[in-house]
Design a protein around this ligand. Sequence first.
Ligand SMILES: [Zn+2]
Length: 453
Amino acid sequence: MKVQIELGCNWKVGKLNLNELAYRVDELAPKILIQVMEQLANAYQREVVERLLPGHSNQEQTGLGRHEVKGQPGVLCSCRRVKRKGFRSHPRCIKGKYGMMRIRLQVVECLDCGKQFCPLLNALKIEPYMGHEDVLEKAVLDAVIDTNYRRLIDGHSLDVSLGGVHNFVAGSDVDELLAEDLELDHYRAVMADGSGLKKKGGKKGELRVLVGITASGHLEPIGSWVDTSWEEIDRQTRGRIKFDPQQPPLLLYDGEPGLEDFLAGVVRAPQRCTWHAPRGLYHAMWEDDYSKKDSRPYQEQLAKIVAVEIPEGDYDQLSPEAIEVVRKKYRDAKKDMDALIRILKAKNCPHAVAYLRNLVRGLYHQIDMWLATGIIAPKTTSRLERLFRELARRLKRIAWGWSDQVATKLSKMIMIKKYRPDLWKQYWLKKMGIHGYLNIWVQSVTVVSGVNI
Ligand SMILES: [Zn+2]
């Protein structure tokens, strides 16, 4: 088959510049694309209807002409022979990425039961109330996730309201993507954290996120929740673990209450985020009536204590001396920490002392893990904070006033698109049903001059 596109064109020789050339072609693109879609749909309709007329074999009619027996909803008719009955008076309109597509639907009548129907609807899997196609839906959601939704709307290239975006998200089955079996061995560390979320009527909510860090340092979303307790998140997450890990990942968190025993038994004892330690001490000393200036020396001391760095590279390739250096730094850090706690106790800082005693319990698991297994896990949640900032920015702009369930879905989409682009692509190909049943390519583009049009 061949799709012919004929464009009319004239120009002012001696005046035209490249930008106008690009601008005019760009302007034209959506108009061409929408008409190509309409014409292909029309041609497909002609072919489908033709094959349903008497004189065609069953094989030629495979997958075509399915309809319910007249007057018997739910019962499929075995007859596939039809006669033409004209066209529906109004075109079927479907919103697409490049504008509204209009198809004149051919009506046929079954020669056996007399039912009148439009074979193209079933042939192209057009649902009764389908108002748009999924290429549009994907384009809109991609735009929302990449925060250029406003620009798209203002540019009028996509005509979808915020309510429409909400319906796309609400109707999606993205939850299934983050419900698959969880292989903890795949991760070096599992990070858990929460962040405030503004909800309808100024109410505050809590967005909670669980991500894994792979051996190659990639961040992979495990799940996200809005206003769900850590106990419930623990229960749901355990439900996805089919095998106990051989090499349990380190649980990394920022001291948020409720996470001390999170996933206990399948992850290593929780590591506190070391990066937050000095800031945490500042808050504790502030509660002990110490000013920012007065607490600074202690914050600096703590920053040094938590900064025991693990040498990069393969553990097995390191000399025993190099490993001993880390062991010594580790021992010194523990001693320095005890000393710091004693000093703050003498200075009558109960909050700071309690904070450090709590912190120290979760401070060195990452080093313990490395000394025991040679595996380097991260020890700060800074990457999770970046993720939270991104989530918060998008949710604030788009999901304002949405239900917890729908906001959660959007947060999952944002994480999957950014951190598992392969999975995002597969999800859409499956959802759209792209199997390679249509190929279309540019055969040739030539310009013919001097033709009267
Ligand atoms: Zn029939």
